[in-house]
Design a protein around this ligand. Structure first.
Ligand code: SAM
Length: 321
């Protein structure tokens, strides 16, 4: 088995550097290690005083026999580098998912706890699901949405645990609607809104499949001034009519959102699909600005963690994608 010393040393060095960086900015949750050494393909994130380690597994069961020992060694190295008891760490294997719903349960119940970000509070759980409840690569996007929400009607599609909604509502959105297919995540979003003292009468949660929702809402004449569209790369939940594939379906999703956008409104569309390519022809009716460089936080060294676009109605002589 590989010697874990290079991983331990790098993690310790990163903890010093990024710890200082985070303290200066009042950030509690951040990415500490981002596959910095190719032989140790992990992401290590800090959530308050706990650590979330994800191992990017590239297939092949050749090493399966050694796996238990390998995980134990990684845990030990991380515990030393972060000076944290191993009991406050969770290690997960992140396999490449294709055509399946990524939001699976892990089988563990885990423990819910609260972290702070941008002056707001969020419930996270490092064990129960593959994801934690708060995607750290969207820290800056959330702040951007919060800053633009005052006096606006906000729509959060594929809202997950409602973190964008918390920012928008706290930022002064007059009302909001958060849509997701999963009752589990809508409950979680409700807890996040409650935790931040936000009015459930003005900030509604709706269980719906996003694609038919868009058509129905347009038919009802609903309008929003600020929309976040952050779909999963793929989804084929049993409760959906059709499989969702963001590369194939983004023009239709964006068109559906643009139909709901009030004059002067803006849409933020984001995807974590690494190889995503916007379909310039299909999107040519709108002004599409790639803002990923502004929305990917410094602590994410992988600059392809997400692609983010600001979409607005065209003004005369504006450029294309
Ligand atoms: C990529 S996450 C969204 C991330 C979120 N915007 C954030 O940054 O916190 C995916 C979410 O989409 C939801 N979802 C998947 N397919 C859906 C569909 N067809 N309609 C509505 N929600 C869906 C899942 O339940 C999950 O909560």
């Amino acid at each position: 088995m590989k010697d874990t010393a290079p991983f331990l040393n790098r993690l310790r060095k990163n903890f010093r550097h990024w710890g200082k960086w985070a303290r200066k900015r009042g950030i509690q949750c951040y990415r500490l290690y981002d596959r910095d050494i190719p032989e140790f393909p992990l992401a290590v994130d800090l959530y308050g005083d706990r650590a979330h380690l994800q191992e990017y597994w590239r297939g092949g069961e050749a090493d399966a026999r050694d796996r238990g020992a390998w995980i134990a060694a990684i845990r030990e190295a991380a515990a030393q580098a972060l000076e944290m008891p191993a009991s406050r760490m969770v290690i997960k294997r992140r396999e490449r998912q294709r055509g399946t719903d990524q939001y699976e349960k892990t089988g563990a119940r885990g423990e819910d706890f609260v972290v702070a970000e941008g002056g707001h509070r969020f419930v996270v759980n490092l064990e129960a699901y593959l994801d934690t409840g708060l995607f750290l690569d969207h820290r800056l996007t959330r702040a951007m949405v919060g800053e633009r929400a005052a006096g606006r009607r906000f729509l959060n599609l594929f809202c997950y645990t409602g973190s964008f909604t918390v920012y928008a509502a706290a930022g002064g959105a007059t009302e909001s609607l958060s849509v997701d297919l999963s009752n589990t995540y809508l409950d979680w979003a409700k807890r996040n809104l409650q935790l931040n003292g936000l009015d459930p009468g003005r900030h509604r949660l709706l269980r719906a499949d996003a694609t038919p929702f868009l058509a129905d809402a347009s038919g009802r004449g609903e309008r929003f001034d600020l929309i976040v569209l952050d779909p999963p790369s793929f989804s084929n939940s049993k409760r959906m009519r059709n499989l969702l594939d963001v590369q194939r379906d983004h023009p239709a999703l964006i068109a559906g959102c643009m139909a709901l956008l009030a004059p002067g409104g803006e849409l933020f569309f984001s995807t974590n699909l690494r190889r995503f390519r916007p379909d310039a022809d299909a999107l040519s009716s709108w002004q599409v600005e790639n803002i990923s460089e502004r929305t990917i936080p410094e602590d994410f060294r992988n600059r392809r963690i997400h692609h983010c676009y600001r979409v607005t109605r065209r003004v005369a002589s504006a450029g294309r994608v």
